[in-house]
Write a protein that binds this ligand. Structure first.
Ligand SMILES: [Zn+2]
Length: 155
């Protein structure tokens, strides 16, 4: 069983919580196989003051561009996923950011990641969460602060 993952960075006033089902989803796409391709999706949840609570994640879809060393979210289904959560929650569930995998133990954003994240950030007034799941560690970035954590483990 996984618990809520509670992430803190000393530079940030709040915490980022990732619920167990989202951790399971992301761990399920971990690139442990030699030929596995990158996977990704969007993160949806609540903004509670300075805190972020991630409660859902979308999975790779047919029109996304998924390669061994890159993932570009192209399928409109992710936006539809976010829109449907927004509508069914009376506007309390928000698009919060992006996740994708890397085929490396200690993930770090690529120049393509930076480019895609920059485009997204220019569209949103509130800071977004970016998560890269490596095979041993995860990289988390929020409000321009990035740090690595150990991959969540089932106990
Ligand atoms: Zn990447």
């Amino acid at each position: 069983m996984l618990n809520d993952l509670k992430l803190r960075n000393d530079n940030l006033p709040g915490e980022i919580w990732i619920c167990p089902s989202v951790q399971e989803t992301i761990l399920g796409y971990r690139q442990s196989g030699f030929f596995s391709r990158e996977a990704g999706g969007i993160l949806v949840g609540y903004r509670r003051g300075p805190h972020i609570e991630i409660v859902e994640a979308s999975c790779p879809m047919a029109l996304d561009v998924s390669r061994r060393h890159s993932f570009v979210r192209r399928d409109d289904g992710h936006q539809a996923f976010s829109d449907s959560r927004w509508e069914s929650s009376d506007g309390t569930l928000h698009y919060l950011g992006e996740w994708h995998t890397h085929p490396e133990a200690k993930p770090f954003p690529s120049s393509l990641d930076r480019y895609e994240w920059g485009k997204l950030m220019s569209h949103y007034a509130d800071p977004l969460v970016f998560l890269i799941a490596g095979t041993v560690q995860w990289y988390v970035e929020f409000s321009f602060y990035g740090w690595t954590i150990s991959e969540p483990l089932s106990s």
